[in-house]
Design a protein. Structure first.
Length: 633
């Protein structure tokens, strides 16, 4: 794992000493990704600063040759296979670092190489002869890559904060804000900062010197169910690829752990990993509030597997204390309450291990979210004539919020592509108009997901939902927080479910094998029988185990009011609407916590990046900015 920041200058501009120092400072901002000594790549046209977490990883992940410079953040898991395949055409492959090996492969295959690489990575290749820069992001989007282009330069970095440091004027991207309020994250390629973009998963950019950047999609994942495979064969194949993937993701050296909740995904990983590494430790995070903790279930699972479990209980005070630092690390606002839990869990895990396994991706690949059951529950109603469905919708519009049956009628009468934008949907378009000072009709979430629904038009509705999540929710929320929260502590987080071979098996599974017997991930659960403890097999998914619903009524209420009043966002929001929403949440039975939280996290982000109210790193001879308290009343 590493961090890098680089600049490619256009004709007529040079790297003076002041700008070179600024690039180095921009890299210091991401020192948590690159705690080992820094390396510099100096070229008449390009300057790059790179650092890794340790000497061995750094030496393998950067190469400077006469024609190519290669920098990689991450790990290629099919490296051995590729070395075997290309060993016949190359000499001395065994002595090459992975970065040098990639340089040779690129020379042979060109951009076709990118579809051959399996792993967790972002990759930069500078071709000196043609003066062309390539940036690549893996097919799932496990590692981020940001860039900015203007008339003077092309800036690229592992984290956006390095680019904002090198940017004179920061403006909010209004489309990103409008999408964020519905998605709870900023979808790629947008970022909340105007002019800065995030490379989408499965894409690479090509930046020829003095030419505009060009974007290309090198791989597009799809679901193609195959109905002629028996259930026994499916189970055997799932077990086979998971054992292989977990074995590949386990480090050969050093300490290793695994996050453990009460669910099937993390338990499956821990159980298999234990067979290969009996010394593995597991880590769990919970809360004291009833119904918001899986710590006891995780301990029960760890005991059954005979592995250590280290748990940590988080209070409301500690939780809110970490929010500013978490949002600083995120680069853009993220309204997923679990990202603070993950930040705390990663901090505790890093005290014991250097590498940790985690279960991200299992829900998207194997159909794990409860909402994927919705098409089956609605199938008889959605077949009714349109006139009746429209009548349902009119009736639902006059039923007060919170009344039983209202949501069902709305969902039944609304086509999937109009109601489903991913595992979370916060504000509807008409709701955003009530408090956004500037609202753009063309920036609707339906337009954002339209291309993905077009790709999946022949899929089963549940698979359409999976496809939307695979392309939006997974990289925009799940993987972003996984990378940023683990890297905040220099913890190497690895995700065995998000392996190309695992996906190849998952994409072939029919819907009735994923959503069956009143549960989700049905075939994955059957594959886990005899491997994980029985009490885990049909454990119900907990969802979002953070008690912000309760906290915003009690422990965090004063903090929320204070944040709303102090945030300099009056030019963006009608704050009276937000306050009324908070008061209504506190005094009624209706749950507005996710809507409130989405706005609050943006306000914290605004204080950090727009108002400069916080300083998380002090440069020598520079005065630290004022730090404001965000402790609850």
């Amino acid at each position: 794992m590493c961090g890098f920041v680089g600049v490619l200058l256009n004709e007529g501009f040079i790297f003076n000493q002041e700008y070179t120092v600024d690039i180095q400072k921009a890299h210091e901002l991401i020192g948590h990704r690159s705690s080992y000594r820094k390396l510099y790549v100096d070229d008449p046209h390009m300057s790059l600063v790179y650092g890794g977490l340790n000497e061995r990883k750094q030496a393998r992940s950067i190469f400077q040759g006469s024609r190519y410079t290669v920098v990689m953040d991450g790990k290629i898991y099919n490296e051995s296979y590729l070395r075997d395949v290309y060993g016949k055409t190359m000499d001395s492959l065994s002595n090459q670092s992975i970065a040098e090996f990639i340089a040779h492969l690129f020379h042979l295959e060109g951009t076709r190489l990118f579809s051959l690489l399996h792993g967790t990575y972002t990759l930069m290749i500078w071709e000196k002869v043609e003066k062309t820069l390539y940036g690549v992001r893996d097919q799932f989007g496990k590692k981020p890559l940001y860039y900015k282009e203007n008339e003077m330069e092309f800036i690229f970095a592992s984290e956006k904060k390095s680019i904002t440091y090198l940017t004179d004027e920061l403006l909010i991207n209004e489309e990103a804000l409008q999408q964020y309020l519905s998605f709870q994250y900023v979808p790629s390629p947008l970022t909340m900062t105007e002019g800065i973009k995030k490379l989408s998963p499965g894409y690479f950019f090509m930046k020829r010197w003095e030419q505009p950047v060009e974007l290309y999609q090198y791989i597009k994942p799809s679901f193609r169910p195959y109905n002629r495979t028996s259930e026994i064969q499916m189970v055997e194949r799932i077990q086979e690829v998971l054992f292989d993937s977990i074995g590949t993701h386990l480090p050969k050296h050093g300490t290793v752990g695994s996050f453990l909740s009460g669910g099937i995904d993390s338990s499956f990983i821990a159980a298999i990993a234990r067979e290969k590494r009996p010394d593995i430790k597991t880590f769990s995070v919970g809360f004291m509030e009833s119904g918001y903790s899986e710590v006891e279930l995780a301990k029960r699972t760890a005991d059954a597997l005979n592995i250590d479990n280290i748990s940590y209980m988080v209070s409301a005070e500690e939780y809110v204390e970490h929010i500013p630092e978490v949002i600083w690390h995120m680069d853009d606002p993220l309204a997923d309450p679990s990202c603070i839990s993950l930040f705390i869990g990663a901090k505790e895990a890093k005290k014991h291990v250097d590498v940790i396994l985690s279960g991200e991706g299992a829900d998207e690949l194997f159909g794990g979210y409860n909402i994927y059951r919705e098409p089956n529950s609605l199938r008889f109603v959605t077949q009714l004539p349109d006139a009746i469905l429209q009548m349902f919708l009119r009736i639902a519009n006059i039923i007060p919020d919170g009344v039983r049956g209202k949501s069902f009628m709305e969902r039944a009468a609304t086509p999937l592509h109009k109601r489903y934008i991913g595992n979370a949907k916060i504000f509807e378009e008409q709701q955003k108009q009530l408090f956004l000072k500037t609202f753009h009709v063309n920036y609707s979430y339906e337009e954002w997901t339209k291309p993905f629904y077009q790709d999946a038009k022949d899929y089963h509705p549940a698979e359409q939902m999976q496809y939307i999540d695979l392309n939006t929710w997974l990289p925009g929320n799940i993987l972003l927080k996984a990378d940023k929260m683990s890297m905040a502590h220099g913890l190497d987080l690895r995700m065995p479910f998000l392996d190309e071979e695992v996906f190849e098996v998952a994409r072939r599974i029919p819907v009735d094998k994923k959503i069956a017997n009143g549960t989700t991930k049905a075939i994955l659960r059957k594959s886990a029988i005899g491997i994980v403890p029985n009490h885990v097999i049909y454990q119900k998914k907990l969802g979002f185990p953070v008690p912000i619903n309760q906290w915003l009524k009690h422990e965090m209420y004063g903090w929320a009011i204070d944040l709303i009043e102090k945030s300099d966002t009056d030019y963006l929001f009608d704050k009276s609407y937000i306050k009324d929403l908070l008061h209504h949440h506190r005094s009624s039975r209706l749950d507005h916590s996710r809507k409130i939280w989405t706005v609050l996290m943006f306000m914290v982000w605004h204080q950090i990046y727009m108002e400069k109210a916080y300083s998380f790193i002090d440069f020598p001879n520079e005065q630290a900015r004022e730090t404001l308290s965000l402790l609850p009343y």
